[in-house]
Design a protein around this ligand. Structure first.
Ligand SMILES: Cc1ncc(COP(=O)(O)O)c(C=O)c1O
Length: 395
C-alpha cells in the first residue's frame, strides 16, 4: 500500500469551511462566478454553455480541440501547441499525474516550501527523496539560487515551483525564473511549475515589466506547467485544469498514465471552460479579478499595518493568499489554537500555517488568509479579527 501523509490544508477546509455563519477568508479562489455572471461581465448575448443538445458521450479523450487550442494561446511562443495540452480534473489531477508518471523511488525532487502540500507529499509517497527549498521572509519569500545549488544532487529529477505561490502570494521574479530554467537546463532536470494562480498579478497584465514568464515560455522542453480554471478564473466548480509541456514524449507519458484515472473530463465542463477562456470573456473576467485582488490586498494591508505590533508579513503582489505571522512579545502564537479560537469566537475562518504548510514547528505563528473572495466578507472578517486581536493578543 502506498504510504501518504494527511493532506492537512484540505482536511482543515473540509472540517471547517461549512461552519454555519462562517466568514471564510481561508478560501483560495477569486470570488467564484456563475455562467450568467460570465455573460454579464463580458456583455455576451449569445447562447451560453453548456449546450443542452450535446449528446453525452465521453467526448474528446484529451479534452476538446477548442479548449486545448484556447489554452495554448495563453502561452507565448510556439512551444505549447494544442497537442501539448492535456485537460485534467483540476490542477490537482494535473500535478498528481506529473508525479505519478515521471517520478520513481530512486529519484530526488526539490520543491519550494511553503507551498501546496501536494507538491512535496505526492513525490514523497512515491518513494522519492524530497528536499524542501525553503522560502524565507527575510528574503521576501523569493527562492534563493545558492540554496538550490546546495540542494541539487546527481539524481535530482525534478524541481517543483509554484508561481505565484500559495500561501505567500509572492511571485518568483522574472530574473529568478530565468535562473531556475538555466540551472535545470544545464543539468537536464525537469521543472514542474504549478501556475494555478497565473495570471493574477495585482499590477495588471499590460505594461507590467515585472510579470514573470510562465516556464513554458522559455524554450526548455523539460518544463511542465499546470494551470486551472479554479483560482484566477473563479470557476472551481467546473473542476477543469490542464498540464502542458513542450516535450511530446513527456506529454505522451502523461497521457498513458491519465488513461488509468480519467478517460475524459466532462464535456459540459469543457464547454464552460472554453467559454470562460474565450478572449472576450477572459479579458472581462481577469479585469474584474485583478481589480478585486488589488482592492482586497489594500484592505488586508491596512489591517496588517494597524496591528503591526502583533502581526508581520511579506505583502502579496500576486495570487489570492497572504501568509501573516501573529506574535505576542516577539513569540509566535500557537497558530492552530489561534485559528480554532478565532473561528469559535468570531466565525472567521483562517488556515493555520504550521499545521497546513509546515513540518513540525516550521511556520509557527503563521496563518494563511485568502483575501480575494467576497470583499464584503473580507471587510466583516477583518473587522471581527481586529476586535479579537485587540482583546486577546493585547494590541
Ligand atoms: C498551488 C495549488 N495547486 C493546485 C491546486 C488545486 O487546484 P484545482 O482546483 O485546479 O484542482 C491548488 C488549490 O488550492 C493550489 O493552491
Amino acid at each position: 500500500m502506498v504510504r501518504f501523509q494527511h493532506f492537512e490544508v484540505e482536511r482543515w477546509m473540509e472540517a471547517y469551511e461549512f461552519t454555519p455563519g462562517v466568514l471564510n477568508i481561508a478560501e483560495t479562489c477569486v470570488e467564484s462566478v456563475s455562467i450568467d455572471q460570465l455573460a454579464q461581465l463580458s456583455g455576451d448575448k449569445g447562447e451560453l454553455p453548456p449546450r443542452t443538445s450535446t449528446v453525452l458521450i465521453y467526448g474528446a479523450i484529451r479534452g476538446s480541440s477548442t479548449l486545448r487550442e484556447t489554452i495554448s494561446t495563453l502561452y507565448e511562443g510556439e512551444q505549447i501547441a494544442p497537442e501539448n495540452v492535456i485537460i485534467t480534473q483540476g490542477a490537482i489531477a494535473a500535478n498528481f499525474l506529473a508525479f505519478y508518471s515521471l517520478i520513481e523511488p530512486e529519484d530526488h525532487v526539490i520543491c519550494v516550501y511553503p507551498t501546496y502540500q501536494q507538491l512535496y507529499s505526492v513525490p514523497e509517497s512515491l518513494g522519492a527523496e524530497v528536499s524542501l527549498w525553503r522560502l524565507k521572509p527575510e528574503q521576501g519569500f523569493v527562492p534563493d539560487m545558492d540554496e538550490l545549488e546546495k540542494l541539487a544532487k546527481a539524481n535530482t529529477k525534478m524541481i517543483v515551483i509554484n508561481n505565484p505561490n500559495n500561501p505567500t502570494g509572492v511571485p518568483i521574479p522574472r530574473d529568478v525564473v530565468y535562473k531556475i530554467v538555466d540551472f535545470a537546463k544545464a543539468r537536464g532536470i525537469m521543472i514542474l511549475s504549478d501556475e494555478v494562480y497565473r495570471p493574477l498579478f495585482h499590477d495588471g497584465l499590460e505594461d507590467n515589466a515585472d510579470m514573470p514568464p510562465s516556464v513554458a515560455d522559455l524554450g526548455y522542453d523539460k518544463a511542465i506547467v499546470t494551470g486551472s480554471l479554479s483560482k484566477a478564473y473563479s470557476l472551481g466548480g467546473i473542476r477543469v485544469g490542464w498540464i502542458a509541456s513542450g516535450d511530446k514524449a513527456i506529454v505522451e507519458r502523461l497521457v498513458e498514465a491519465r488513461h488509468y484515472v480519467t478517460i475524459s473530463v466532462s464535456q459540459l465542463d469543457d464547454q464552460v471552460a472554453s467559454y470562460a477562456l474565450s478572449p472576450a470573456v477572459r479579458g472581462a473576467l481577469m479585469k474584474r479579478n485583478i481589480q478585486q485582488a488589488k482592492h482586497n490586498a489594500d484592505m488586508l494591508k491596512a489591517f496588517v499595518e494597524a496591528h503591526s505590533s502583533v502581526c508581520s508579513w511579506v505583502a502579496p503582489t500576486a495570487g489570492t493568499t497572504a501568509f501573516i505571522q501573529f506574535h505576542v512579545g516577539g513569540k509566535p502564537v500557537d497558530d492552530v489554537a489561534f485559528c480554532r479560537d478565532v473561528l469559535d469566537k468570531t466565525k472567521v475562518l483562517l488556515v493555520p500555517g504550521s499545521r497546513c504548510f509546515g513540518h513540525d514547528q516550521d511556520f509557527a505563528g503563521y496563518v494563511r488568509v485568502g483575501f480575494v473572495g467576497s470583499t464584503a466578507v473580507l471587510e466583516e472578517a477583518l473587522q471581527k479579527l481586529g476586535v479579537y486581536v485587540r482583546q486577546h493578543l493585547g494590541q
